[in-house]
Ligand binder design. Sequence first.
Ligand SMILES: Nc1ncnc2c1ncn2[C@@H]1O[C@H](COP(=O)(O)OP(=O)(O)OP(=O)(O)O)[C@@H](O)[C@H]1O
Length: 311
Amino acid sequence: MTTPVPNSGVRPAGSTGAPEAEEPLLSLRDVSIQVPSSTKTLTEITHGISFDVARGGSVGLVGESGSGKSMTSLAIMGLLPKGSRIDGSITFDGTDLIHARESVMRSIRGDRIAMIFQDPLSSLNPYFTVGDQVMEAYLAHNKATRKEAFELTCEAMERVGIPRVTDTVNQFPHQFSGGMRQRIMIAMALVCQPDLVIADEPTTALDVTVQARVLDLIRTLQAETGAGLVFITHDLAVVSTMTKEVVVLQNGSVQEQGHTRDVFVGPASAYTRKLIDATPRMTDARLPATLQHADGSGKRDPWEGAGHDHR
Ligand SMILES: Nc1ncnc2c1ncn2[C@@H]1O[C@H](COP(=O)(O)OP(=O)(O)OP(=O)(O)O)[C@@H](O)[C@H]1O
């Protein structure tokens, strides 16, 4: 049963998140974000967002453009525009991220929480080789010699399928395709062994076949590191294959949240139904292999693997 959430933003207890016995890895409660507008006044862009991510769990944030998905992830990372205001609470492994000092946030970013963005070029420095950048990401948070870090870097690059690593490790970001650059970002996350990965539209800019491989790698990364995953997308078909739980956002408010399968099979909010209807035919090949057996037919639960290695 999926749970519609009224615009008040009050979250129904237990609709999304970790098993009761275990503290969630990440917990957002009634998070409202205001950002400075051009007239210097504050504009509210999200209202009362609440969800949990269990250790090793996976939550999708879906919604149309402008619904507040990216700003929610930036709030978690402490990267909102200067002058923004956040109400509510964001707790990561016991740390209050809203009031944490910048030095604490710096030690968490990239090490305990890794982000994979839509455009890896915006995260990669054009003047440094990709090998140096993966290596520096590791050295920033770990004690190791450069030789050890270099070996780990090559190993991670091989694991994400970068070809001829002994050569390509010395190449610059512009010498790679978009899909390969995204693999480099995943390698960077892999070496740092984060507790949480936030992937913000990581495959939107890629063509469909490359997209599938990168999604597979993100699943692998999650399985190998045991990390929690927040997966942001406007693509319902993608989120249905990536996360066990989903939060549907519209205009900065949660419209519905719950187990991904329940939300897709029996959407409780008109907005989710509209999003599903607007998704190109989700019945056959594209549909979540996921949804095809969600009828209690006794077949293996296609969601069973979400968050686990699919190779
Ligand atoms: N730097 C900024 N300053 C002020 N407002 C912003 C800023 N960035 C985004 N916004 C506004 O915040 C709202 C939420 O934007 P956000 O980027 O979180 O949406 P989104 O759901 O991630 O959309 P998209 O899928 O297009 O990235 C939008 O109304 C947007 O115009």
